[in-house]
Write a protein that binds this ligand. Structure first.
Ligand code: CU
Length: 153
């Protein structure tokens, strides 16, 4: 029995590994259909952090754009402008952040091909702690009906 105990502990560790890797989850991910010829597009999603530590969304990569970065909106001289979020987008422990139009969003730069409504675009999001998280974004003309998450923790 003394030999079996460490093996049991190892088995538990192996079982726990996938759960640890899944602390970050994106729901209702979509990209607004960019106008023809556009070089940029904006992506939105609700990002859940089930972990006990805060994390940061640093950026991402995708085949359809040359760069992906989290952006924020701010008023400047009465005009809404957007700019990169320094240090990445914070997602507090056991919390969620909603990326949506006229608020924080994911900016796609240097579109390599036109995006049309109904297409699926894979973006591998990059987090400071969770690392690479692949997310399926759907190209849509209008926001999805209700992407609000129901969190069970
Ligand atoms: Cu932007």
């Amino acid at each position: 029995m003394r030999i079996l105990l460490p093996l049991a502990a190892l088995a538990l560790t192996l079982l726990a590994a996938p759960a640890l890797a899944g602390t970050i989850e994106a729901r209702g991910a979509w990209i607004r259909t960019p106008p023809p010829g556009a070089e940029t597009a904006a992506g939105y999603a609700t990002i859940l952090n089930r972990g006990t530590l805060p994390d940061r969304l640093l950026g991402g990569r995708t085949a359809v754009a040359s760069a992906v970065a989290p952006h924020q909106m701010l008023m400047q001289g009465g005009v809404m402008r957007m700019r990169p979020i320094a240090g990445g987008l914070l997602i507090a422990a056991r919390s969620s952040v909603r990326l949506e139009p006229n608020a924080d969003h994911l900016m796609l730069f240097g579109l390599k091909r036109p995006l049309r409504a109904g297409q699926h675009v894979r973006i591998v999001l990059r987090f400071a702690k969770a690392g690479a998280v692949p997310v399926d974004f759907v190209v849509m003309d209008t926001p999805p009906a209700d992407p609000r998450p129901h969190m069970h923790m």
